[in-house]
Ligand binder design. Structure first.
Ligand SMILES: [Ca+2]
Ligand SMILES: [Ca+2]
Length: 303
């Protein structure tokens, strides 16, 4: 039957853009006590992703005085995580961060029941391709020198000096040393930033609120997956955590609007209609047998 393959072609024609497949929807920069290995970032997928087929990577900034290389600095400035396995559905959240997998630092509630795509013992192990271990954490806590989070298409090893994140944010009370004299952090076009300038230049001055200690920052907004745009830009909402906070404290702040656009629906219906007509166009009629019996009807043929 031809129809399933036709439907597959129609599905492939829907406008699934390739620039913000994953967005940042929350983070814990300053867990109670020592930060490593308990910092984490929550992401939301804006399309289904099989990471084994399509790798992504996450870079956390810990400024310091940012280097002209921005996200690619490594050392004690940036730390990488490769996302190379697991499957995520549209609108689903997942987590990346320290291997402790606790709700709020050492001794707090077990958070291993969340969907973790990559964890590293950030206090004793180097990052994937970027960054050295840091007992005090690899994601800065904001304040006067902003810290940031980025997610890239491709593994860390594939990043070049011109690689732009598919999503990135910064937080703190001032940009400070996050903007080096030359170069710096390349930014994407998203709800708060633009790709024409590095972080800290005109147009890229936005900072999410300085995160409070022991507080998960939920980024609340609405993303239209078909238009690849934010219909409601993200705002920060602080969720204070204790050592026994339930996993439900980590709300998913980003809503992904999944409905196909009217144009995509029209295209899909038109294509399906043509395919169905082609598939069901009757074959040329057979001639009736010479005796004129009903058994000669093609629909009752045993052929
Ligand atoms: Ca801390
Ligand atoms: Ca930290």
């Amino acid at each position: 039957m031809k129809i399933p393959s036709v439907l597959f072609v129609v599905g492939a024609m829907l406008p699934i853009s390739a620039h913000s497949q994953v967005v940042i929807s929350g983070f814990l920069a300053d867990p109670a006590g020592t930060d490593s290995p308990y910092e984490f970032v929550q992401f939301t997928a804006t399309q289904p992703i099989n990471f084994a087929e399509t790798a992504f990577s996450v870079v956390l900034a810990n400024n310091g005085t940012a280097s002209p290389s921005g996200w690619r600095a490594g050392g004690n400035l940036t730390y990488g995580f490769d996302l190379t396995s697991g499957e995520i559905a549209i609108g689903e959240t997942f987590y990346v961060g320290g291997s402790g997998r606790r709700i709020n630092g050492s001794g707090s509630a077990d958070a291993s029941g969340l969907r973790w795509l990559r964890t590293i013992d950030t206090g004793s192990s180097a990052g994937d391709g970027l960054g050295t271990s840091q007992t005090n954490g690899v994601l800065g806590n904001g304040s006067a020198n902003a810290d940031g989070i980025a997610v890239f298409a491709g593994s860390i090893a594939t990043l070049t000096t011109s690689s732009r994140p598919v999503d990135a944010i910064f937080f703190g009370s001032g940009i400070g040393t996050a903007k080096p004299a030359t170069g710096g952090f390349l930014m994407p076009d998203n709800d708060r930033y633009q790709s024409s300038a590095v972080m800290g230049e005109a147009g890229n001055m936005f900072l999410f609120d300085n995160p409070a200690a022991s507080s998960f920052v939920s980024l609340v907004g609405t993303f239209d997956a078909n238009a690849q745009s934010w219909t409601s830009p993200r705002t920060a909402s602080s969720v204070f955590l204790t050592s026994s906070s339930p996993l439900s404290s980590l709300t998913a702040g980003v809503t992904v609007i999944p409905e196909p656009s009217p144009l995509a629906l029209l295209l899909a219906f038109a294509t399906i209609g043509a395919a169905v007509r082609a598939a069901f166009t009757p074959a040329p009629r057979r001639r009736k047998p010479a005796d004129g019996s009903a058994r000669g009807n093609p629909e009752q043929s045993t052929h």
